[in-house]
Ligand binder design. Structure first.
Ligand code: GUN
Ligand code: ZN
Length: 370
């Protein structure tokens, strides 16, 4: 069964250190969740993920519904068993991917019709269908079907959408059959504080196992993102986990932990790894840089990942320039390990009562940019 316990609360910020229990194991928060959209974190095996310190990975209802489909997933006993990850998984509801990836046809009160980005076939998702697919996937934490409101959007549009997202969240909760899965509601409301408040009140009065903050990092200013994130987090129940969806950079994660967020996911560390961009405690850099050809340095002297224990920047540059697939794996191992070290170190700092100074020092060093 699902539970969330807060073990430490920071006295200077809103940061918390907690523990989530799921049927597939425990998760120490704050946590970063690597994105495994189609049931694999690109370039990484479950063993690589374990060694990098991953505790939970994310899958996408939209993609897994298109391929391999619910019958295959059910046959293999759900995504965790199918992929041999066998640890906690979380799925997004499809309410974002339908809007961002598919060719959208129509949003109605009942749901959304769209065309598959794979073969153009006509498909349909609604709150009940999304829950049914997530039950077949068997993820430990599932999301309500929502609309991620585009930015910018008028007040009137946001209001209608927020109210519909609340009606969809209630329908999803009523459709849910499996007790062992935790269901989160997703707070929307664009950049309007009163709409965020309205959405948070609607969802908390329905009651969910946790609350996601959606509709951020969609084009608004970073300072606005932080303001809305902090404001929204402050409206949510203290004793439930808070998940900021699709965010972000190392700076964003450190900042939003301080605003009271417990869970994060983002394609940034894996996608950037495959583009040759590596994150370090003193900023990010491109492994393609000519001046790295003779570099004996590790990616990050402070990192103890498999890549940093074994390979120089010079060798990694060579692999990347030569188009070797090992480059993608080694870069991904480092970036995921780095992201997981940020949340782990944040958690330890909260436990030791020094999160604020840790956060400020990290943010200062990250600005350097190698
Ligand atoms: N991923 C990033 N943002 C969102 C959002 O607003 N809703 C959903 N369902 N997923 C997201
Ligand atoms: Zn490393």
């Amino acid at each position: 069964m699902f539970s969330f316990d807060i073990e430490y609360k920071d006295s200077e910020t809103s940061a918390r250190a907690g523990r989530i229990k799921t049927p597939h194991g425990e998760i120490e928060t704050p946590i970063f969740m690597p994105v495994g959209t189609v049931g694999s974190v690109k370039a990484l095996s479950p063993e690589d993920l374990n060694n990098a310190g991953a505790q939970i990975i994310l899958g996408n209802t939209y993609h897994l519904y298109l391929r391999p489909g619910t019958e295959v997933l059910k046959h293999f006993g759900g995504l965790a068993a199918f992929s041999s990850w066998n640890k906690p998984t979380l799925t997004d509801s499809g309410g974002f991917q339908v809007f961002s990836l598919a060719e959208l046809n129509k949003i109605t009160e009942d749901g959304v019709s769209f065309k598959s980005h794979l073969d153009g076939s006509s498909l349909y998702l609604n709150p009940e269908k999304s829950i049914e697919i997530q039950e077949a996937i068997g993820s430990d934490i599932i999301m309500s079907f929502d609309e991620c409101i585009p930015y910018p959007a008028t007040y009137e549009y946001v209001k209608n959408s927020v109210d519909r997202t609340a009606r969809w969240a209630l329908r999803g909760k009523n459709a849910k059959k499996r007790d062992e899965q935790a269901l989160f509601g997703i707070v929307q409301g664009g950049i309007y504080e009163d709409m965020r408040k309205r959405s948070a009140e609607q969802l908390t009065s329905i009651g969910f196992d946790g609350y996601s903050i959606g509709g951020l990092s969609v084009g608004e200013e970073i300072s606005t993102m932080y303001e809305i994130c902090g404001y929204t987090a402050s409206l949510l129940p203290q004793d439930k986990p808070r998940y900021l969806m699709g965010v972000g950079t190392p700076e964003d994660i450190l900042t939003c932990i301080g605003l009271g967020v417990d869970m994060f996911d983002c394609v940034m560390p894996t996608r950037n790894a495959r583009n040759g961009t590596l994150f370090t405690s003193s900023g990010k850099f491109s492994i393609k840089r000519a001046d790295l050809a003779f570099s004996d340095e590790k990616i990050d002297e402070n990192c103890s990942c498999y890549t940093c224990r074994n390979f120089s920047r010079g060798y990694l540059r060579h692999l990347y320039k030569a188009g070797e697939i090992l480059a993608l794996r080694l870069n991904s191992i480092h970036n995921i390990s780095f992201y997981l070290s940020i949340v782990k170190n944040s958690r330890n700092a909260v436990k030791e009562g020094k999160f604020k100074s840790f956060q400020q020092e990290m943010l200062y060093r990250l600005k350097n940019n190698n």
